[in-house]
Design a protein around this ligand. Structure first.
Ligand code: DX5
Ligand code: ZN
Length: 215
């Protein structure tokens, strides 16, 4: 059974509480919150006040995906806002190891995200020190984009590295995930599926979450 983390970027911000309740009552496991700074990615999403607000009524862990430059500047802020898992981009960190340690010292699980062009091999010397690796299966910045098929091979190569090194890291996939590709993703080694549009734009979102969960 996969861990399902619905991306709140696709939620209805005018009725956010409804979508939080939906996730609380669904088969989903986490809340995926996408933070974009308009510099690392060409879009601005939402920030700390929304994370704080979601935390007030979320009954499941907050999985916070930072698409921001120099994320080490905000580790304490996101901890205080309620993040349980904090994921930074490899491409945004000069001292990734130090950043991962700082996240863990604050009592959060540390994740590292890779853009589509970044090979998984760059994580070989840190794979034993992280709780999660996020494979971006679209270019980060927007919901509702098309899944990049080469991501499947990356997941398989990452899985091989994790097994070889006895790492405990979980593999998360984010971008264009839906009920047509979820099974291939988990077969390749994905443990956690993020989905935004596939869930929140569906006519029956609960059924989609359940199908993703069974993959
Ligand atoms: C993209 C974000 C994703 C996005 C996924 O930059 O990191 O989490 O919300 O949305 P879908 O599932 O619609 O591709
Ligand atoms: Zn994301």
């Amino acid at each position: 059974m996969a861990i399902i983390s619905p991306s709140m970027l696709s939620a209805n911000f005018l009725h956010l509480q409804n979508d939080i309740d939906f996730v609380n009552n669904s088969a989903a496991d986490w809340f995926h919150l996408d933070i974009m700074d308009g510099v690392f990615v060409p879009n601005i999403s939402y920030g700390l006040p929304i994370v704080r607000a979601v935390k007030k009524t979320a009954q499941k862990p907050l999985d916070v995906h930072l698409m921001i430059e120099k994320p080490e500047r905000y580790i304490t802020d996101f901890k205080q806002a309620g993040a349980d898992i904090l994921c930074v981009h490899y491409e945004a960190c000069t001292h990734l190891h130090r950043t991962v340690q700082a996240i863990q010292q604050q009592g959060m699980k540390a994740g590292v995200a890779l853009n589509p062009h970044t090979p998984v091999e760059v994580l070989r010397d840190i794979i034993g020190d992280v709780e999660m690796v996020l494979i971006m299966s679209v270019n980060p910045g927007f919901g509702g984009q098309e899944f990049i098929p080469q991501s499947l091979q990356k997941i398989a190569r990452l899985k091989e590295m994790i097994v070889q090194t006895n790492s405990q890291a979980l593999i998360q996939v984010d971008g264009g995930v839906d009920t047509t590709n979820c099974r291939q993703l988990t077969q390749a080694g994905a443990d956690i599926l993020v989905a935004g549009n596939a869930i929140f734009c569906a006519s029956n979102p609960s059924a989609v979450v359940e199908e993703l969960k069974r993959s």
